[in-house]
Ligand binder design. Structure first.
Ligand SMILES: [Zn+2]
Length: 465
């Protein structure tokens, strides 16, 4: 498999350090609110990367943190009149509700910053001992001038980075690029005891400390949104490589931004949506499908039109599986017949096409296209005279590939309410009685109710509701 590595700006063959196990870390949410669709993209993408590794036979040790202490957390907790800890627990619980809906599996570990203060302090001490950190009045800073490779991930000179980022002038820092590792305690804020006095950790240090603790000094993949490249990931590299003297992550994987109606999503523009908001209108699975419809490094545009397309695309997959299961119930028990061999080979080729797409830097858009090709082939070739063997193969192939992407494998409610069921039965009786007029009337009535039916040799079924 090839993955685009931000560190080298190249697609590289993926080879984990340990042959059997992939060690992967992804920066998780700051838990002060429901997460928005921009956050959802990396959660979904890296869940798929993990699933694909597992599909190809690796074990995956996947760590995703919760940032549960920072300025935003403190501000929001004060606004809501609850403690930072209560706020964090509330939105961690809500994270799991949305994540589950979106089909994002739980990480191997979800460590919290506040539960890893010892590891954080230990790492800062190590940096201090190595002359890479200094303290000023209870604050501790990383000394970027002492880390020669600073800027290697963003591939910009320190001067460019300084120009491009808004850095507050702080005369206590040795260099404008130096960043905080430990913050001195302010009244009314949560604090922990440390060698530098009461205080709390800065943001960047928690990820370095947790990677170290849960995965080791060098990991295979570090991932996150593109907006994290600088300064967050640059700073993580400085901290971890500065402390350990070893490469931090072999591959750095970053996803592109999400726009809303072709504009940058922002609170001030009023086009800022949480996943929870959108799940009121669309199934969570439609949101997931939408996120996969573009390559993860490209920008993706969120619009009502694309969500409708995603909904229809997903429905096509489910309808195909429904039809296959319906046919299976009436198929003659038989292996794949000679006449079906050619079709079987086409299915095998399409599975290869899916794998090639995934191997090419996780091209989920092409992988979905391969699933649609399978659906099209099935719709053309499988019918009431197909063997049980080919029907089984079609169902399991769609489900197998769908499971890698986390789509098309849910138990969907058929949603046929009793009124509809009653009308269908009444119509079946009318057909038996050869009362075609009544049968047609009922068909139109059902159509008015938004129910389309289809008469098959095995009976009447609801095609789409
Ligand atoms: Zn991080």
């Amino acid at each position: 498999m090839k993955l685009y590595n931000t560190l080298t700006r190249k697609k590289e063959e993926f080879k984990p350090i340990d042959e059997k196990e992939v060690k992967m870390y992804s920066c998780g949410p700051t838990v002060y609110n429901y997460f928005h669709i921009g956050n959802a993209r990396p959660f979904i993408i890296f869940d798929i990367l993990r699933r694909y590794f597992e599909y190809t036979g690796y074990k995956v040790n996947f760590v995703q943190n919760f940032t549960d202490i920072d300025d935003k957390m403190i501000k929001k907790a004060n606004e809501e009149g609850i403690t930072v800890k209560e706020l964090a627990q509330k939105y961690i619980d809500e994270y799991f509700v949305d994540a589950k809906g979106l089909g994002i599996r739980e990480a191997t570990v979800h460590p919290k910053a506040t539960e890893n203060i010892d590891a954080i302090i230990e790492l800062i001490k190590k940096l201090e001992d190595k002359g890479l950190a200094y303290s000023v009045e209870g604050d501790v800073y990383f000394n970027t001038q002492k880390f020669k490779e600073y800027g290697k991930l963003s591939q910009q000179s320190i001067e460019d980075l300084k120009m491009g980022s808004r850095i507050e002038v702080d005369n206590r820092k040795k260099d404008a690029m130096d960043f905080v590792l430990w913050k001195n305690h302010k009244p009314g804020e949560p604090f922990w005891e440390s060698p530098w006095g009461k205080g709390r950790p800065g943001w960047h240090i928690e990820c370095s400390a947790m990677v170290n603790k849960y995965l080791g000094e060098t990991i295979d993949i570090h991932s996150g949104g593109k907006d994290l490249v600088f300064p967050h990931h640059e700073n993580e590299i400085a901290q971890s490589e500065g402390a350990n003297g070893k490469p931090f992550a072999k591959y750095w994987i970053h996803n592109g931004f999400i726009n809303v109606d072709n504009e940058k999503m922002s609170k001030s523009a009023g086009n800022f949506f949480t996943v929870r908001d959108i799940s009121q209108k669309y199934d969570y699975e439609v949101i997931r499908f939408f996120m996969l419809s573009a390559h993860y490094r490209s920008p993706i545009n969120f619009s009502a039109e694309l969500m409708e397309q995603s909904k229809n695309g997903l429905d096509r997959i489910y309808t195909c599986i429904d039809n296959l299961e319906h046919l299976k119930g009436h198929a003659i028990e038989s292996e794949i017949t000679n006449g079906e061999k050619e079709f079987e080979n086409r299915l095998i080729d399409l599975k290869k096409k899916f794998i090639e797409a995934m191997d090419d830097d996780l091209n989920t858009a092409d992988a979905i296209a391969a699933i649609f090709d399978i659906v099209r082939e099935v719709n053309l070739n499988v019918n009431s005279s197909s063997s049980e063997g080919i029907i089984d193969m079609s169902i399991s192939l769609i489900k197998e590939l769908g499971n890698v992407l986390g789509i098309g494998v849910r138990e969907r409610e058929k949603n046929v309410d009793s009124d509809v069921q009653e009308l269908i039965e009444k119509r079946q009786q009318a057909r038996k009685d050869k009362n075609w007029k009544l049968a047609d009337e009922i068909r139109y009535k059902l159509k008015d109710m938004g129910v389309t039916i289809e008469d098959t040799p095995q009976g009447t079924k609801v095609v789409h509701k």
